[in-house]
Design a protein around this ligand. Sequence first.
Ligand code: GDP
Ligand code: IMO
Ligand code: MG
Length: 422
Amino acid sequence: MINLVIGSQWGDEGKGKVVDLLSRDSDYAVRFHGGNNAGHTVVVGDKKYPFHLIPSGILNKRIKGVIANGVIIDPDVLIGEIDKLEKGGMSLTNKLYISPRCHLIMPYHKALDEAYENARGKNKLGTTRRGIGPTFADKVSYNGIRIYELMKPKIFEEKFIFQAKIKNKILKLFGVAPINIKKSLLHFKTIRERLAPFVKDTYAVLHEAVITGKNILLEGAHGVMLDVDFSPYPFSTGSNVVTGAVNIGSGIPAKKIDKIWVIVKAYTSRVGGGPVPTELFGKAADLIREKGAEYGTTTGRPRRIGWLDLEAVKFTCGVTGADYFALTKLDILTGLSQIKVCIGYELKGKRIAYSACGYEELAKLKPVYKTFTGWKEDISYVRKLSELPKNCQRYISFIEEFLKVPAKIVSVGAERNANILL
Ligand code: GDP
Ligand code: IMO
Ligand code: MG
């Protein structure tokens, strides 16, 4: 069985939590795109595990974690994550595999991300400044350096020096301090030694897993509204987020995916710039942000808040081919007297679809809302749908009917067991 988890909104929908839950029956948990701009949280009892590169399913005993070819890797972040898990008693030898095809996020990529953002000034995009865009740009312009080269010291040194010298010239144009090439090369020696035991042909591992009928859980990062093609570009991330990214980023044929789960947060959040049609401001936003602890898992930035945008999520269901959805953070809406849901967009008095909009249209349009009466009862201990307040049940049913996709999981708390399974 191959399950795929995809974020339906602007990221941070609670993918990490759902991945942890679904991976209980899995043999492999796989990251296949993005980099450490992702921050996926799993909460076990009173312990919080934020993952950026290692698949969130890794906490389950029988799981093997795979960082497949489509992921770009900041080696320091990856080593930090490995160290943390190993210090906590988990051995990752033969439990974590990293593709040699993964491109490396280099110090100059981070410096360039930062330099571009600063140069954009008030028009900054609000990237995570983790070097994501510049690394993907180098990948497609044949200037990238992969784990493959990192493992071959001589070739690596030559390529790194060539790239770093060019990047240092560009950094100089920005008036930014250059990368110390000598120091970096020494550091990469340590990195090579630490990562070497995990490097493996992940295509072969996953191909074998597919043909022998193993259970595989594919962990999407970000959200479809950030997809480099289907977002209001350039308010995007550097990778494709939609279903096809699986084939490209792991080598698993798209037609082998059995079920596609989209994760829908009961409201909207967004870190970074760009239009959010249902955005809330002032007290209403503060209330949800504080209650929902909506601060970036990666950057700690306060997240922008909005009502659930079903026009956008409906697009996600269509473009991904969603089979099910998991509704998360429903508990955060408890106590609101009214809850709004966007059921369409209107521009100059006419309906307009999400897919027909660029950033200008998304910024100008008016969301069409349906308003629900809220509920007051604490739902965080509820484990059966029938025991949810009636108004809460109405909210879930409406989303199902609107999306024409069934809900399978309703998450009512951050802890891994706080779920209603349908
Ligand atoms: P991801 O990037 O999609 O994996 O999501 P993040 O981990 O960045 O952000 C989601 C946050 O919400 C994390 O802190 C989770 O622990 C938390 N969370 C997930 N589901 C629920 C839920 O149903 N209720 C509450 N209160 N918190 C949740
Ligand atoms: P997870 O997997 C939320 C956003 C950034 C920024 C834009 C571009 O945790 O849901 P980048 O650093 O990727 O070049 O920034 O994309 N972004 C995310 N926002 N959650 C994420 O990942 C994100 N990954 C990228 O905030 O607006
Ligand atoms: Mg996140």
